[in-house]
Design a protein around this ligand. Structure first.
Ligand code: SF4
Length: 180
């Protein structure tokens, strides 16, 4: 404390501010949001930096997904590692058309993934059935059976576009804007 008592004054000011925050509902909410945000940000940053994608293939876009995981595009440098079981994956990339026969299996695989879990619809087939949109056997979009976070148009979607979609998903995870 200084001789003129200025530090005491600062302490009282802080106390007054805290009292005001405690009494005012609006200020309390904004204060709590500020305190909570760094922790949420840190957790979301950890999640978005360690997405493990489920290694599976429905059709031709799966070949592009494999290329994305191979040496040239090297998905590992983004913390994206392919896992052979949905139980150890938190990212499902729907990489082809879903037949009505396959739909219950896709839903089951999605349900087996631990939360938080994310879905990317890769290519026209996954978005709305693509070239098979009027077929009797194809579901008109993955979002008819599971929640989709990011849509990547293209036929096929090349690895660069997939990477762009994943970066968009990472942005959404950081901001907390998700479908599921
Ligand atoms: S969008 Fe095109 S490339 Fe991708 S799975 Fe469908 S038909 Fe194949």
């Amino acid at each position: 404390m200084s001789a003129d008592g200025s530090q005491t004054h600062v302490i009282f000011t802080k106390k007054d501010e805290l009292l005001e925050v405690a009494q005012d509902e609006k200020k309390r909410k904004s204060f709590l949001a500020k305190v909570k945000r760094p922790a949420e940000y840190l957790i979301n940053w950890g999640v978005k930096s360690s997405l493990w994608m489920y290694a599976w293939g429905l059709a031709c876009c799966a070949i592009e997904m494999m290329a994305f995981g191979a040496a040239r595009w090297d998905s590992d440098r983004y913390g994206i590692i392919a896992r052979g079981t949905p139980r150890q994956a938190d990212l499902m990339i729907v990489n082809g058309p879903i037949t009505y026969m396959m739909a219950p299996r896709v839903k089951r695989l999605f349900n087996q993934m631990p939360q938080p879990r994310y879905v990317i619809a890769m290519g026209e087939c996954a978005i709305n059935g693509g070239p098979f949109w009027d077929s009797y056997s194809i579901v008109k979009g993955a979002d008819k059976i599971i929640p989709v976070d990011v849509y990547i148009p293209g036929c096929p979607v090349n690895p660069e576009a997939l990477l762009d979609g994943i970066i968009k998903l990472q942005d959404k995870i950081l901001k907390g804007e998700l479908a599921s």
